[in-house]
Design a protein around this ligand. Structure first.
Ligand code: SAM
Length: 219
């Protein structure tokens, strides 16, 4: 409950995303903390007609872009008001639904499998990976993609920090190497983790981690 309250408070203080980006697009996917910066949805591979899950989707703006590209999308967020905002803005999109749930609880009761699971500064950063990663692995089809981004860990910080905006929430601030070890243990393959350099005069990059499940389902 404490986490729900904290994330509700966070949700109340967030400004909605712009209606149109710098390129004039009404939907787009942004992996980094900077607008109009970083790689696009191609990180997830082919998504048309695929089932895609976002963990900690907020107001659903990234997921709506994938639905607009023809993916069948489910967004999960722990804060009820995020779903209300997501449905108000994107509810008319076909192939797009939103659920209020804690990420691990959703995955435990999940009725179907996904071709891609992603999280952008989302639930993967704020959930114990020992619990979360095996559940994600279990819900991914063979040949599936798991990708997530967050700020790289600050050197002075321990592995578990605290989210400033919502102090009741733990954050798993791992480096790319640490994530690679955890993902390997959870049965993922083809793991990459890199820091996307920041734009302009900004100093902090974005850690982008990507892993796959093998097509023969061995790992
Ligand atoms: C920093 S926001 C990012 C939102 C969105 N991904 C974006 O890029 O705008 C983190 C989101 O994750 C959600 N969240 C945090 N922990 C969660 C959990 N364990 N299960 C589901 N959602 C969670 C929060 O409610 C919040 O909407």
């Amino acid at each position: 409950m404490e986490a729900v309250t904290a994330w509700e408070r966070y949700a109340q203080n967030r400004q909605p995303r712009r209606a149109v980006n710098a390129a004039g697009a009404r939907t787009w996917l942004n992996w980094t903390q900077y607008p109009d910066h970083g790689p696009d949805e191609s990180v997830l591979g082919e998504i048309q007609g695929r089932r895609v899950l976002e963990l900690g989707c907020g107001t659903g703006c990234n997921l709506a872009h994938l639905a607009a590209q023809g993916a069948v999308c489910v967004g999960v967020d722990i804060a009820p008001s995020q779903r209300e905002k997501a449905e108000a803005r994107w509810g008319h999109f076909p192939g797009l639904s939103f659920v209020t749930a804690e990420a691990t609880e959703f995955l435990k009761g999940c009725p179907g499998m996904f071709d891609a699971v992603f999280s952008i500064f989302g639930a993967v950063w704020f959930t114990n990976p020992q619990q979360l990663l095996p559940l994600v692995r279990q819900q991914l089809m063979p040949g599936g993609v798991f990708a997530f981004s967050h700020k790289p860990p600050a050197e002075e910080q321990g592995p578990v920090g605290i989210l400033r905006e919502a102090r009741a929430v733990s954050r798993w601030d791992y480096s790319g190497d640490e994530w690679a070890t955890l993902l390997d243990s959870a049965g993922f393959a083809n793991i990459t983790a890199k820091v996307i350099p920041p734009p302009g005069r900004e100093s902090l990059g974005t850690l982008l981690v990507r892993a796959e499940t093998l097509t023969d389902g061995t790992k």
